[in-house]
Write a protein that binds this ligand. Sequence first.
Ligand code: GLV
Length: 329
Amino acid sequence: MQKILVARPIFPDVIERLEQYFEVDWNNGDVLSNDALLKRLADKDGALTAGDPIGAATLAAAPRLRVVSNMAVGYNNFDMAAFNAANVLGTNTPDVLNEATADFGWALMMATARRVAESEHWLRAGHWKKWAYDSFLGTDVYGSTLGVIGMGRIGQALARRARGFNMQVIYHNRSRVAPHIEAELNAQYVSKEDLLKRADHVVLVLPYSAHSHHTIGAAELALMKPTATLTNIARGGIVDDAALAVALRDKRIAAAGLDVFEGEPSVNPALLTVPNVVLTPHIASATETTRRAMANLAADNLIAGLGEGPRAGRPPNPINPDVIGKARS
Ligand code: GLV
């Protein structure tokens, strides 16, 4: 039987599925240190990860490793140049999380615009003595302008929901989406600068890469309206968190909603001191059905990638399909 590492706690019934095909080494505990990960991968043919960094050194230390299946749509934890050089297949879990993640983008944007978390903390702290006309005034969502940066599958699902809120949708993306999608979403392609100047609510839904690092920093925040909100459901590092904390403190923008952070699970301490930010612990895809679908898809990818099961050799979501069938190097 081939050997695999499941690097994180995961639904036990998914482990049982994997055990039908593999000898499973399951880390059902704390996140593995890099050294521990290297040691546990040394004799493995495959691995199921969730954000664990896999680069050239890890692949060199795991000469049998042929497939690494990430339980996430984003795979910036994989060094794909190293995967390609070693003929190791990487897989991810797209699509199954589109709607749950788009729902959460809205939840965070609405909570941010309407100051839900800030007012709830205030109420719990016992400050509520009377109704007041000027309590927690926020920014309108209905009828406002939504600016989506990153118009992939999740960005489109998010923009589709804006119709019910009678919003004008503007977007920026590496490239324009197909005209029929623009028409369906009633979305207008604009430059990043235009989007930042015009949007009432900016939502980030783009993948992290060296190119998207600090897509939003001090200069970009300075372009936004003082009444605008910024929501990041994409990846830490796309926003310069230190610059954002300053902009929030100085009321350069009204508020922000963040589900992802630079260096998470650590959070920049400056963000913890400003009231006008809603902070959540990377839970945008976290519904029972969606996380189950992601875990099962990650298992499907690993099973098929390692040549087992009904789709042997044809994993549903290869990131680098060109390496399929090539000998490990
Ligand atoms: C979660 O962050 C994912 O990339 O799926």
